[in-house]
Design a protein around this ligand. Sequence first.
Ligand SMILES: [Zn+2]
Length: 378
Amino acid sequence: MERHGGLVAVGAMTDLALRNVQVLDGNGGQAFAADVGITAGRISDVGEVGAAHREIDGLGAFLAPGFIDTHAHDDGAFFRHPGMHFKLAQGVTTVVCGNCGFSAIPADPTQDVVAASGGILAGLQGEFTDLNGYFSAVLERAPAINNMMLVGHNTIRSLVKGDSQEEPSAGEMREMQGHVESALEQGACGFSSGLIYRPGRYSGTAEVLELAKLAAPYDALYTTHMRNEGDDLLDAVDEALSIGRQGNVHLHISHHKAAGPRNWGKVGASLAKVDAALAAGQPVTLDVYPYTAGSGRMIEYFNLDNPSAELARVIRIASCPAFREYEGRMLVDIAAEQELSLQEAVRHVLTAPWAIAPSVFSSSLTKAMLQRIWLTQI
Ligand SMILES: [Zn+2]
């Protein structure tokens, strides 16, 4: 509806008025009734809004600024799906990428970063090597939402040391530090680790601390997918807290949980540790899934010599290029159908010859590729 008249000049009219809405402005207060005006693509008024070229009746619904998804692995999605509809449809207008130690940068175009990440970074395109280059490549695609980046420990370690399980030499440590500092200098919002994954799991606490503390002068974060989220959850929380404390850096624990039935309830003890740290003045935050499941690369969760049947019972295959027909199905059902034991079913999925994948991933079989299989625990 278009309304002209009064003292409002047509040229100054609001482009779009959202009326009859309850505004949650993101500052933590109660919702309040207001109109919201938008002009030239920006919020121009919150409160009373005069005539507008277009009006939308919110019918009393809540209106909020775009949500920030603090835990995303969308580094490559910005290339595949720059419209980012799967995020926008959820109200998300900013994502934080580079989580769990895997980030698009730093990169060496001659190395396969996607394979090194086990597929987490799938979708990346271009020849960039650093954060400036990555942002330029993303911006060329005119992405629909904002992207904040963490620089990841696993990615840096793979770049500098490949698959090596050895401690970094002094020279390698300097090289890794250089990558962290360069990313922070170019606008990374923090340094992330994924100590449950390879190669991060080969790193001692001291190595991670030396890198995490570089975030402090930038007022950036140290975020971590901790070394363990099950039987050794409490030790992992202690390690994370000690890195934050010693590095004098804000610690953010990613997807905090106690996985596995025998560990259920441990979050009481782990949150008590976080509360004690907060009470002592240490900056700590964490995020959680809004559902009772987790996901990850299936290969990381099983010892193929003796796969845990207990874990296998709660696995749902989310993505499996070798057996597309298994996607979305519980492993127990697949095992029954194939007349396999649960342990055999785990090996069947994780050792599948890649060449039978009915997709483009048919060229070669590598362990990293098999790691692209994901699981969901319920
Ligand atoms: Zn993670």
